[in-house]
Every structure is written in C-alpha cells, then in structure tokens.
Design a binder for this molecule. Sequence first.
Ligand code: GTP
Ligand code: MG
Length: 369
Amino acid sequence: DDTVRLSDMAKQMGVKAQDLIKTLFGLGVMATINQSLDFDTASVLAAEFGYEAENVAFDEQEYLLPPEEDSPDSLKPRAPVVTIMGHVDHGKTSLLDAIRKTNVTGGEAGGITQHIGAYHVKTGRGEIVFLDTPGHEAFTTMRKRGAQVTDIVILVVAADDGVMDQTREAVSHAKAAQVPIVVAVNKIDKEGSNPDRVMRELSDLGLVPEAWGGETIFANVSAKQHTGLDELLEMVLLQAEVLQLQANPDKPGRGHVVEAKLDKGRGPVGTVLISEGTIRQSDSFVCGMVHGKIRAMFTDQGQKIQEAGPSTPVEIQGFDTIAEAGDEFVVVADDKVAKRIASIRLGKHRDKELAGKAKVTLESFLASR
Ligand code: GTP
Ligand code: MG
C-alpha cells in the first residue's frame, strides 16, 4: 500500500491539514482530511512545502511471518473437519447431538460441553472435528471469504422425505467447494422410510452409492434411536484417509475464526479452528482488522489448554474487539507488529468505505441534476 492519509502527512510535515487541502486545491485536486493520497500526489504536495517525499510503503507481508514451504517430513496427519448439511428438519441438529452424546468422553475434567461453534469427537479409529454451523449460509459465507475449512460434508437426507430443495443446494455447494460428500440417510426408524429412494434420487444428482458401483459413501442412521452412528463416523474416517489430510504442527499457528462474540465477563472471545502450526498462550496475533494476544484458551470441553495444533477448535480470549467468522487468524512476532498490521488493514477498509461513499454521493449528485 503506497498511499498516505492527508491527516498523517500533515502531522509528519508539521503543517495544518487545512493548508495541505488548500494547496491541493490550488493544484486542482479536491481532497478531504481523511483522503488517501497516492505517492505522486503526495510528492508534489510535499515539494510545495520544500519536503521530499519518500516512498516507505508498508507492506504487511513483510511483517507477517513468511509462509514457509513445508518439507514432506514436517507434515503430520490431522483430523478431518466435517460440516453437516441438509434440508430443513431432516435431522442435522439431532444427528450432531446424537454423535456428541454418544461420544462425549465421560469423566474428563471439566466435562461440561460448551457451545463454541465447533467440537471434536474421539472415536476408536480417530478424531473428527465437527463445525457446529449447519447452514448453507455459514458454509457459503466462509467460502466467499476465502476460508475453506471443511474437509468433508455429511449430507443428511430424511429417508421418509427424500431429496428436497436444500438437499440439492447443499450438493451444489459442496461440489463447488470440491468437498467430498458422505451421505447420512436419516430417520430410518420411521414408518414409510425409503432409503432406496434416497439412493436413486441422489444418483440422479451424480452421487452414486458404492453399492451401485459409484463412489459415494452412504450410511443409514437414526439420530433418534442412535443407530448407525458408529458406522457413519467410520465412513467419514475412511473418506478422510483417502484425502490424506496433513499439516505441519511445528511452526507459528494459523487458522480461521468459526464464531466470535462478546462475552459479558470475558470480553471478546472467538472460536478458532487451527489449520496449521501451533498456537500458544501469550502469542500475539492478527485476525482481519482485529489484533490481540492469547490470554487464555479452552477446548469445547471447557478445559484450559496452553497450546493447540492443526484441526483443533479452541475458544480464545484476548481479542481487542470482536472478530468476524471466516477471518484468518495468524500468529505474528509481537504485539507491535499485530497492532500495526491491524491498523493498516483498518485504514484500507476505511479508505474503501470512504471511496464507496464518495461515489454514491457523486452518483446521487449527478442523478439529482
Ligand atoms: P433445521 O435446523 O430446522 O433445518 O432442522 P434439522 O435438520 O436440524 O432437524 P432436527 O434435528 O431439528 O430434526 C427435525 C425433526 O425430526 C425433529 O422433530 C426430530 O426429533 C426429528 N428427527 C430427527 N432425526 C430423527 C430420526 O432419526 N428419526 C425420527 N423418527 N425423527 C427424527
Ligand atoms: Mg437444526
């Protein structure tokens, strides 16, 4: 970014912002105190006051730790991140609840399950992280913001209802994101349920069951009666094996915000799903336009932890304000760097907003004539 805000420039030069605005006006440039000036304009303006402008563009990339190439042996297996999608009332929430209930590690210290927007489940064959945001909107919003955090989609289809509008929508979202789908045919306990029909209808959408020579994994479940859940989780882990999910845990941590809110007692908190590296207590970080220092972090079981590696969802305290879901969370060298990057991003954001407003004003001005 090699622009400078007029007010900052005035400060640096020790002159009044009004004088800069007047001088610019004399040069035929209309400007306001919050205006960002490009380097050429700033140079001419500086010259008018006997200064020479130097382009010391601040590039946040210089301050962010460079994204290292991970050597093959630095990569370790990581747990799959799963999002549950499907049509209204087909049983997404029930399925999540059933999986959670049957897999909560009993007797663990502080075993009160917290709602942190993501949680992980231990099975005999491995761990799975569930994103507790079953909604196409959340999925799409995150993706639009460049945060592809889901490895596998569990598509829930009620066996008594079959493929519906939002089932099709979910399929197209998952396909667009190139995320593999595992189908959970739910409510098989219900009278009139017809899993075969679901298979046929999904085959028409290109999800052909393995049993029929296709590549899509299907599992029959009942969230209500807790049947077929182990098989479903096993299928998910099987699919995960195919994906060979890996990450390097031995570097500064990065991840994405899954959920963020203001907690009355604890201030701004956010659930971050770590994608690579390891985050530690007292790490400084930036997260979109927000910065902070990890004051404390907790698992979905409410346990306080000191560090968290790839595919771990953690609730973090220490954000300066509320972050946004989908924002990338990046550990940086220290507080100063974190603040600097956050303020640069905020500045850019404001410039864009101002530019947007100026345009609207001009347009409405023209329209009014
Ligand atoms: P939305 O969040 O509104 O989209 O719904 P959902 O997909 O989360 O469905 P939810 O889990 O709320 O279940 C909808 C209804 O179906 C509830 O009344 C559940 O009790 C019922 N239900 C869910 N799973 C089963 C099941 O396996 N068998 C039967 N018989 N009923 C189920
Ligand atoms: Mg629900």
